[in-house]
Design a protein around this ligand. Structure first.
Ligand code: URA
Length: 241
């Protein structure tokens, strides 16, 4: 049977209002449960079963939270670090949830899309090489690449360490004289893109993750900001699996 939850816990878990704010909303008569004004903030509801609305708008229930962060350079993909700011330091209090962690790491100097969630199973699914969820990156290299490098990526490269990579996509972008590329990986080895280009005698000068699965980084999300994803956006990440 679905688990019951206090109304104020429901509101705070969905990043809608703090417990204190929920009590106020209830007093103001703005919260309805199954069409009837809620009696108290500690009233028990069954999320996903009872219909809860605020100011006439029905609220959907998300058990977990999924955030898109536009990571700037200089921030580490960790939950804590003694030296550098972490991706969690960029989450505003209204979106923060205990148990949040980055689903996949970007290097400190890499920018772009980091998914933060408290859903371990989902994170495992999108990171597992067996699930083949593609991650897309844009990179600027120190020297041009061409067909030979595209073929090397597609063939599954062997790194200098001896590690063998899964076939990866490499597309030379029209702008940038052969130095601007799009890379698609279905796995996430340590420094993978830098090491793949390193094995081909190139250096990565700039790197940004632009897409996870079917969900691109929101172009309107400023660097250093984060936003909650809707359930439709979360599904877009894995829809092709
Ligand atoms: N590959 C890298 O080399 N660095 C990243 O941050 C991501 C992929």
């Amino acid at each position: 049977m679905a688990e019951q939850m206090r109304l104020d816990k429901f509101f705070s878990s969905q990043s809608l209002a703090s417990r204190k704010e929920t009590a106020k909303l209830v007093r103001q008569g703005r919260v309805l449960v199954n069409g009837v004004p809620a009696k108290a903030a500690d009233q028990k509801i069954t999320p996903g079963c009872d219909r809860v609305s605020l100011d006439g708008e029905e609220l959907s229930f998300q058990k977990h939270v999924y955030l898109m962060l536009h990571k700037p350079a200089g921030v580490v993909s960790a939950t804590q670090d003694g030296r550098y700011p972490t991706v969690l330091d960029l989450v505003p209090p209204e979106l923060f949830r205990r148990g949040l962690f980055p689903a996949g790491r970007l290097d400190r100097d890499t920018e772009g899309f980091v998914l933060l969630t408290d859903d371990g199973e989902f994170a495992h699914d999108i990171l597992s090489p067996r699930r083949h969820v593609p991650k897309e990156y844009e990179a600027v290299l120190d020297a041009p690449v061409g067909d030979a490098e595209v073929e090397a990526f597609a063939g599954g490269m062997t790194l200098e360490s001896g590690e063998v990579c899964k076939p990866a996509g490499l597309c030379v972008l029209p702008q940038g004289d052969g130095r601007m590329v799009r890379v698609t990986l279905v796995e996430g080895k340590y420094h993978q893109i830098k090491r793949m280009f390193g094995a081909l005698g190139r250096k990565v000068e700039y790197l940004k993750r632009t897409k996870i699965g079917g969900l691109p980084l929101d172009e309107n999300l400023p660097k250093g900001s984060c936003k909650a994803l809707s359930s439709r956006e979360v599904s877009a990440i894995i829809k092709h699996i």
